[in-house]
Design a binder for this molecule. Structure first.
Ligand code: GRF
Length: 192
């Protein structure tokens, strides 16, 4: 648990690899007066991440680390996080797996959003697998990040119904809509 001291917002970095719709929802949330975090840095493993546009739009510093050499990238990320006084990390569609060494340095201060009701459907293609298994519902989870993939302590979850009409694309859309509410709710829970 991370406790909020005083009224200063916790400097937060968001790690992305894709569209960045969760990043956008976190930025919007962070601008609310009572939000416990401010988004001060956006990190991506690829310059192709569409979500990087929000760095320009909201005037937030961004930096790309290729992760071709994981240790090297993580070392440089840690340096940058220190320089920018970042105290909290939100993974939001970040497609690289951080090493336990990195996670230890930010122990209990990294969260991730995952498009399933963990512990069900860890990893990729969650919606496809949920439909294939004839699940009646799925959802999304925000959890703390530990060295074991998608296995850290669950902070909060939302259920989403699966109808007979759903395919993985429609389901992803429905779940993503809930994710945008869930991540801010998780942050409030973490800092309260
Ligand atoms: C989300 O569904 C998230 O749960 C998963 O990747 C997707 C990222 O979407 N890990 P976006 O980049 O935030 O739009």
């Amino acid at each position: 648990m991370v406790k909020l001291t005083g009224h200063k917002k916790i400097k937060t970095a968001v790690f992305i690899s894709g569209a960045g719709s969760n990043l956008k929802s976190l930025i919007k949330f962070s601008k609310i007066k009572s939000a416990p975090i401010s988004i001060n840095l956006i990190i991506s493993n690829t310059n192709k991440a569409k979500g990087l546009k929000y760095a320009n739009f909201f005037n937030i510093k961004k930096k790309i680390f290729t992760f071709k050499n994981i240790k090297h990238s993580e070392k440089n990320i840690l340096k940058l996080l220190k320089r920018e006084k970042i105290k909290f990390i939100c993974l939001a569609g970040f497609m690289k797996i951080l090493t336990s060494n990195f996670i230890k340095k930010f122990d209990g201060k990294i969260t991730n959003i995952h498009p399933s009701l963990l512990p069900k459907y860890k990893g990729l293609n969650t919606h496809e697998r949920a439909i294939k298994n004839k699940e009646k519902f799925t959802g999304c989870t925000v959890h703390y990040v530990t060295a074991k993939l998608d296995s850290g302590k669950i902070i909060i979850q939302t259920k989403v119904n699966i109808t007979v009409k759903d395919n993985s694309k429609s389901l992803a859309k429905k779940v993503l809509k809930q994710e945008h509410k869930l991540y801010p709710a998780a942050i409030l829970k973490v800092f309260n």
